[in-house]
Design a protein around this ligand. Structure first.
Ligand SMILES: [Cu+2]
Length: 140
């Protein structure tokens, strides 16, 4: 297990989330030894687009803020030699809103997201669902 001393900036996932993700990872044959969440930080949708990066098995933001009722694009770039994608769900384990393509190092996928009602939504790399997750906060 990683300790807070190893990763002082990373938040531990709530226990229920950790358990749920563990089930998903078990199904994939992966072995998650930690709640290695997204790297922290918040990015905003500006002029209909938000840019997010994956590197070191992390997204570079844990939160994306977006205005309610306005479709937007997430420009997702993979910066490492491990495939990733960016997908949006109503909630963890819930209904799919947008499924991003799996992309390789140096590629960018523009993921279109419909206008959403105010609230919180779940984003994740479907290939690393125990490690690469975050929240879309829709306001307005
Ligand atoms: Cu991934």
């Amino acid at each position: 297990m990683l300790t807070p001393f190893n990763f002082p900036l990373r938040r531990a996932a709530p226990l229920s989330v950790t358990l749920a993700l563990g089930l998903v990872l078990a199904a994939c044959g992966d072995t998650a030894s930690s709640s290695h969440n997204s790297g922290g930080g918040t990015i905003a949708v500006v002029d209909g687009i938000a840019e997010i990066i994956a590197d070191d098995l992390e997204f570079d933001a844990a939160t994306i803020t977006a205005p309610a009722g306005q479709p937007f694009t997430v420009a997702f770039t993979n910066m490492e030699g491990v495939p990733h994608n960016f997908s949006v769900y109503v909630e963890e384990g819930g209904e799919l809103i947008s499924e991003g393509d799996i992309i390789n190092e140096g590629e960018t996928d523009e993921v279109e997201v419909e206008g959403l009602a105010a609230g919180e939504y779940f984003f994740v790399c479907d290939l690393h669902s125990g490690e690469m997750t975050g929240t879309i906060v829709v306001e307005g």
